[in-house]
Design a protein around this ligand. Structure first.
Ligand code: SF4
Length: 280
């Protein structure tokens, strides 16, 4: 049995919240850098330059990359041989968010209730997904998820007969209709299969995958590539101002599903791709 003091969890989440908001994913920035050469729109190239310049400034000046410092989303992989001491794991994660958003001067963007809508002022609570895994591993994944892009996410129950073509058409139409709202160039996380909530959860999880790494299933990886090419032909472009660079990568995660269903969830990520992970 491995013992972990939750005070350590709080300290790590605090640091992940700050560092991910100051430092956008370097793999995302590398994709933007290489897209500058192929972007045919002058305005599009200008925006790509602004994105990398903004990232450099945020990192150097240690200020948030974007004014929307995101909703804190945490995936916690908890080994079944891990025992936590010092209090509740969930409280410790939220305390880490609280300290990170306070100490990093990050905007509190969470309201206590979808109807009453009073700002909690410290960005808590986080949205936390726990997964029980074998052994004594404990891994935390943190994302500061921007809401302009989150708002452009969607879930739909397709028919099994819609198949691959239906999936492709659904995603391309959705990206086109979303236009500049999700602050492109975007990253698309797509959950296929399961139930409606499972599709949403694996869509979110796919955003934590190293950028552009294909799904190990070649059939799925092939669909990822076809969707990527198709959405980049929509002409939405950087910030929706037209161009070739609408999307930098498509990540699909799948799960078995009912014979009568083909659930799909598209979780859209913006150019503020901020995440961190830590194995204890
Ligand atoms: S969608 Fe992303 S880039 Fe746009 S304002 Fe929100 S966090 Fe910033």
């Amino acid at each position: 049995m491995r013992v972990i003091d939750v005070a350590e969890v709080t300290a790590k989440i605090r640091d992940m919240a700050i560092e991910s908001n100051y430092n956008v994913d370097p793999e995302y920035l590398a994709q933007i850098e290489s897209a500058k050469a192929s972007e045919s729109s002058p305005l599009g190239r200008n925006i790509l330059n602004q994105i990398t310049e903004n990232a450099e400034l945020a990192s150097a000046e240690r200020v948030p990359y974007c004014q929307d410092t995101g909703l804190s989303v945490v995936f916690a992989d908890v080994g079944q041989d891990v025992h936590f001491t010092g209090g509740s794991l969930e409280s410790a994660i939220n305390e880490g968010v609280r300290q990170g958003y306070r100490d990093g001067y990050l905007r509190g963007s969470v309201v206590n209730d979808p109807l009453r809508r009073e700002n909690t002022k410290d960005n808590t609570p986080a949205v936390i997904h726990y997964r029980v895994v074998p052994g004594d591993h404990f891994v935390l994944y943190f994302a500061a998820k921007g809401t302009g892009s989150e708002n452009m996410s969607m879930a739909r129950m397709l028919k099994p007969s819609d198949g691959r073509e239906g999936i492709l058409r659904t995603v391309v139409e959705h990206v086109f209709e979303s236009g500049g709202n999700p602050c492109p160039p975007i990253l698309l996380g797509i959950g296929l299969g399961g139930s409606i909530e499972k599709a949403a959860q694996i869509a979110k999880w796919s955003l934590f995958r190293p950028l552009g790494r294909p799904n190990p299933d070649l059939l799925v990886a092939d669909l990822e590539q076809d969707i990527l090419k198709a959405v980049n032909r929509t002409g939405v472009g950087p910030m929706g101002m037209g161009g070739d660079t609408t999307c930098v990568a498509v990540h699909i995660e799948t799960y078995p599903c009912h014979i009568g269903a083909l659930p799909i969830c598209i979780n859209v990520e913006c150019h503020a791709h901020r995440h961190a992970e830590l194995e204890f």
